[in-house]
Design a protein around this ligand. Structure first.
Ligand code: B1M
Length: 211
């Protein structure tokens, strides 16, 4: 079994110490932080989602795997940031929308944006629409980034767009949206400025939005 597969298995089986040790070993043997993140960590959460859907695992196991993901991702963070562009490109207010507690993907987006040189104000999870707007004004942000993982909470992205238009500040900020149920069509429908499928695309999109 490859080291990547071993890391995936350790996360899925809830072996926290083993997962982190294997991540260290993979880095020592020359694997890139990007490859470990994409092929082991993110893939493990996709498999967790499938097992959950199939009723083979339950909420406590999903929460356990999420905790291990976060720990392993935190370990990788300095390696992802090393070599990153330190020039500050602009300010992004980022968060997971109201009613939604999923933060693993949003945290990765924050890391990648910081690595690319953005100043990221991370508002966390379960963030009310008004808070996004108030914080964006306070920090003079150019971009608001909205993550949503549930088909129910993606509506919050639409509400925020309406709120921006109704309060007359739509032109002040670019808005980017992402998260598993989000699509380019949804972004267009709600009048957002762009959609990114993953953290890497989020960086490219943010750069485009500033031009
Ligand atoms: Co939840 N959950 N969950 N969950 N969970 C999903 C999303 C689900 C698809 C699983 C399933 O199919 N059963 C399902 C949603 C179904 C739907 O709406 N259609 C679901 C559900 C139903 C729920 C609960 C309602 C379950 C319950 O309580 N009955 C509940 C809701 C709680 C709430 O939010 N109010 C719930 C709870 C949880 C846990 C707490 C157990 C845990 C979250 C822990 C945490 O985040 N700290 C959890 C997890 C781990 C998942 C799965 C398994 C994995 C999500 C994840 O972290 N993926 C997920 C199944 C799945 O997605 N396959 C699932 C890894 C992460 C790196 O990817 O978040 O997609 P992702 O982020 C990507 C991209 O989407 C993108 O870039 C990221 C990096 O590449 N991206 C952006 C994300 N945000 C972006 C923003 C951008 C740009 C790109 O710009 C601003």
């Amino acid at each position: 079994m490859s080291k990547i597969d071993e890391i995936k298995r350790a996360i899925i089986e809830g072996e926290e110490d083993l997962a982190v040790d294997l991540v260290k070993e993979a880095l020592d043997t020359g694997a890139s932080a990007q490859a470990i993140l994409q092929n082991a960590l993110i893939q493990s959460m996709n498999e967790i989602g499938t097992l959950w859907n199939q009723g083979e695992i339950f909420l406590p196991e999903v929460m356990g795997a999420a905790q291990i993901f976060q720990k392993a991702a935190s370990y990788l963070e300095p390696y992802l940031i090393a070599g990153g562009n330190q020039e500050k490109l602009g300010t992004i207010v980022l968060g997971t929308v109201f009613g939604d507690l999923h933060n693993l993907g949003k945290n990765l987006v924050a890391v990648m944006l910081r690595t690319a040189g953005f100043n990221v104000i991370d508002l966390g999870v379960n963030v009310p629409g008004d808070t996004f707007i108030a914080e964006a004004k306070k920090h003079k942000a150019q971009i608001i980034g909205l993550s949503a993982l549930l088909t129910t909470t993606m509506m919050e992205q639409k509400l925020l767009m309406e709120n921006l238009r109704e309060s007359g500040c739509r032109e002040q900020f670019k808005v980017m949206v992402g998260g598993a149920p989000i699509s380019p069509q949804w972004a267009e429908d709600i009048g957002a400025d762009g959609y990114a499928r993953n953290a890497g695309e989020a960086v490219e999109l943010a750069k485009r939005l500033l031009n």
